[in-house]
Design a protein around this ligand. Structure first.
Ligand code: FES
Length: 84
């Protein structure tokens, strides 16, 4: 049917994470992110956008291997707190 044809044309981005769910969503309160940024060495928290991190939804650097293997250019969303 149409859904199967669409899937055949466009490969799924998410290959393995929470495939039992209709949609994978993570919600963070900004007030919780700020302390994480503050305590991190580089004052930032990185969220995965390649869907391959072992620490998903956090980035673990796996995007580097993905980019090397595929020629892609994906990277994380970096939330930073520059305030001193
Ligand atoms: Fe997915 Fe870094 S591991 S963006």
């Amino acid at each position: 049917d149409d859904q199967i044809k669409k899937i055949e044309k466009e490969p799924q981005v998410n290959q393995s994470l929470s495939k039992d769910k209709d949609k994978v969503v993570h919600v963070y309160d900004i007030k919780d992110i700020q302390p994480e940024c503050d305590k991190a060495q580089n004052k930032s928290v990185s969220y995965c956008r390649c869907w391959k991190s072992k620490k998903f939804p956090l980035c673990d650097g796996t995007h580097n291997q993905h980019n090397k293997d595929t020629g892609d250019n994906v990277g994380p969303l970096v939330v930073t707190n520059k305030k001193e």
